[in-house]
Ligand binder design. Sequence first.
Ligand code: ZN
Length: 150
Amino acid sequence: MFPAIGLVIAVGMAVFVAMPLLARESGAGASLPVDVTPLADLKRRRLVVYENLKDLEFEYQAGKLAAQDYQNLKQNYLGEAASLMAASQEAEQLKETDALLEREIASRRASRKNLSPQDYVCPQCGFENPVPVKFCGECGAKITHRPSLT
Ligand SMILES: [Zn+2]
């Protein structure tokens, strides 16, 4: 067999193997379940890249791939993995910030619902403390809670 024909077959095989993956990749966008977060999507794509890297390694070890092609493809995949990793970290931070804000809002809502603001009016200076406090935000006097919290 001529080397050139071997190469054509190898490329053809690679495309043939990659096609279902690519098709799945592009088709996934249309029927994306609602609960798939961008973060989960990034993780999935990272797994795909790692999977490809493993395949690449395997094919190179099996002698199906020229060293130069192997290096090029590997650099491509590693670059992709790195950018996906960075994107994930960004998304993770955003998610944490969101969670923090949600907790903050929830606790403010809860405190507004359960406690009337009068409970935190300073007996010393009359300042209405907007959040549950032990000591007045204005003068520092101890806030005595009224027992009628029912
Ligand atoms: Zn006060």
